[in-house]
Design a protein around this ligand. Structure first.
Ligand code: AP5
Length: 228
């Protein structure tokens, strides 16, 4: 582990993994189990696109093409989000960092805040299964709960198990062509971060090809040890 921290510093976890690895699914489960805040740069960017902000306008075309939004823009939105009061409960970073520049910026930012990374967890999956996972994904438009046509259907068709809403959404970048580009971007720009955190002694690997509940159990063991 690197960097200094105070005994009261809030936990910081990173979930690494390609599109469809289950970062969002597991981050929401960890949030419920450990009281930390899921911080997804993908969700923040989609909200900016939906709101038509300047950030959203800059990010939209890149996201639709399956590329990575510029480091400067993503680091800025992450910095702002980390400064919000709820992050004092600890954060689960889902989809950030995605480049070495972002990882180094995060180290600097956390250092300034007297915090450090407690664990970087790599969700290990086969690319071949990811297109199937992503093409079957949908989420509740009201509460954000994630589902899958085959692997995690709602109990009652079209009704969110968690909040009862019938407003289900599918992402515009969840098509085979864009997923292929997202996987390429992952291997070229984000994959090297596994070695980055391994070198720092903060990396754990989880077999994320297992069923959702089994991945959650394995992840809980790692997280409980990391934040103990
Ligand atoms: P982002 O929203 O982060 O998307 P992503 O990384 O491509 O990841 P996904 O959300 O697709 O997958 P996930 O791992 O969360 O899987 P999920 O849990 O949903 O980023 C979108 C875009 O924003 C990027 O392409 C980029 O343009 C931009 N962006 C974001 N962050 C950026 C950054 N830091 N820098 C630059 N650009 C950035 O699971 C998928 C499905 O599989 C679900 O239906 C789920 O139910 C199911 N499932 C989950 N686990 C399992 C399992 N174990 N078995 C079976 N099914 C499972």
């Amino acid at each position: 582990m690197d960097g200094a921290t105070t005994p009261t510093a809030a936990p910081v976890l990173i979930l690494l993994g390609p599109p469809g690895a289950g970062k969002g699914t597991q981050a929401r489960m960890l949030e419920a189990a450990h009281g930390m805040v899921q911080l997804s740069t993908g969700d923040l960017l989609r909200a900016a696109v939906a709101a038509g902000t300047e950030v959203g306008k800059q990010a939209k075309a890149v996201m639709e093409a399956g590329g990575l939004v510029s480091d400067a823009l993503v680091i800025a939105i992450l910095r702002d989000r980390l400064a919000e009061p709820d992050c004092a409960r600890g954060v689960i970073l889902d989809g950030f960092p995605r480049t070495t520049v972002q990882a180094e910026a995060l180290d600097t930012l956390l250092g300034e805040m007297g915090q450090r990374i407690d664990a970087a967890i790599s969700l290990e999956v086969d690319d071949a299964a990811m297109v199937k996972r992503i093409s079957g994904r949908f989420t509740c438009g009201a509460c954000g709960e994630g589902y899958h046509d085959t692997f995690k259907p709602t109990i009652t068709a079209g009704v969110c198990d968690k909040c009862g809403s019938t407003e289900m959404k599918r992402r515009t970048d969840d098509n085979a062509e864009t997923v292929a580009q997202r996987l390429k971007a992952y291997h070229a720009q984000t994959g090297p971060l596994v070695a980055y955190y391994e070198d720092k002694g903060s990396l754990s690997r989880i077999d994320a090809m297992a069923p959702i509940e089994d991945v959650a159990t394995a992840l809980n063991v790692v997280v409980s040890e990391a934040i103990a």
